[in-house]
Write a protein that binds this ligand. Structure first.
Ligand code: GDP
Ligand code: MG
Length: 179
C-alpha cells in the first residue's frame, strides 16, 4: 500500500477562480471523494494532498492549495502562489461572469509569479452537471484556453465527472516539464 510519505516528486498546485465556482469541492472530491452541497468559507489557506501515479510508475504527491474565501476580496497572499508549478483556474459553466474573470485571475497570477517561475495552467469549467443552465459554450472556453496556452477540461464536483482527470492531466504535464 502506498503511504502518503512515499513519493518521488512533490508538486504544489494552486486553485484559482471566483468564489462559488466549486474550487473547494473539486479539492474534496479529488482528495477525499466528498461533496458538500453547502460549503462555507473558512479562514486561512487550506491544503490537501493526494498521491498520483505517473505513466512511468513514479509517484507524485500533489499538494493542493485551496483558497478559503479570500478570493472574494481579492486578498490572496503571495504565499499562495510561491513555488506553485501548476494552477487550476476554475469557472462555473452556468455563470458567464466567472468565465470572463478568468482573464483577471491570469493577470493576477502573472503579477504574483517570479519571472522565472514556469507554471502549468489548466482551465476548468466546473458544474458540467448543470446542463440546462449552461452559459459558457465548450468551444468558447476551448478557444480561450488555446489562446492562453492552457489545457482545458469540463468537470463536475457533484457527479465526479472528469475531476480525477483534471488533476491527473495537470500533474502529468508538470511531470513532463520537470523530468
Ligand atoms: P469555491 O468558493 O470556489 O470554493 O466553491 P465551493 O466548492 O464552495 O462551491 C460553491 C457552491 O457550488 C456550493 O454550494 C457547492 O455545493 C456547489 N458546487 C460545487 N461544485 C459543483 C458542481 O460540480 N455542480 C454543482 N451543481 N454544484 C457545485
Ligand atoms: Mg472555497
Amino acid at each position: 500500500m502506498s503511504h502518503l510519505l512515499d513519493y518521488d516528486y512533490l508538486f504544489k498546485v494552486i486553485m484559482m477562480g471566483d468564489s462559488g465556482v466549486g474550487k473547494s469541492n473539486l479539492v474534496t472530491r479529488f482528495t477525499r471523494d466528498e461533496f458538500h452541497a453547502d460549503s462555507r468559507a473558512t479562514i486561512g489557506v487550506e491544503f490537501a494532498s493526494r498521491l498520483v501515479k505517473m505513466p512511468d510508475g513514479k509517484t507524485v504527491k500533489i499538494q493542493i492549495w485551496d483558497t478559503a474565501g479570500q478570493e472574494r476580496y481579492k486578498a490572496i497572499t503571495s504565499a499562495h502562489y510561491r513555488g506553485a508549478v501548476g494552477a487550476l483556474v476554475v469557472y462555473d459553466i452556468s455563470k458567464h461572469a466567472s468565465f470572463l474573470n478568468v482573464k483577471m485571475w491570469l493577470e493576477e497570477l502573472r503579477h504574483e509569479l517570479c519571472t522565472d517561475q514556469r507554471i502549468v495552467l489548466m482551465l476548468v469549467g466546473n458544474k458540467s452537471d448543470l446542463i440546462h443552465l449552461r452559459a459558457v459554450a465548450t468551444e468558447e472556453a476551448m478557444g480561450f484556453a488555446k489562446a492562453n496556452n492552457m489545457s482545458f477540461i469540463e468537470t463536475s464536483a457533484l457527479d465526479s465527472s472528469n475531476v480525477d482527470a483534471a488533476f491527473q492531466t495537470t500533474v502529468e504535464e508538470i511531470y513532463r516539464v520537470v523530468s
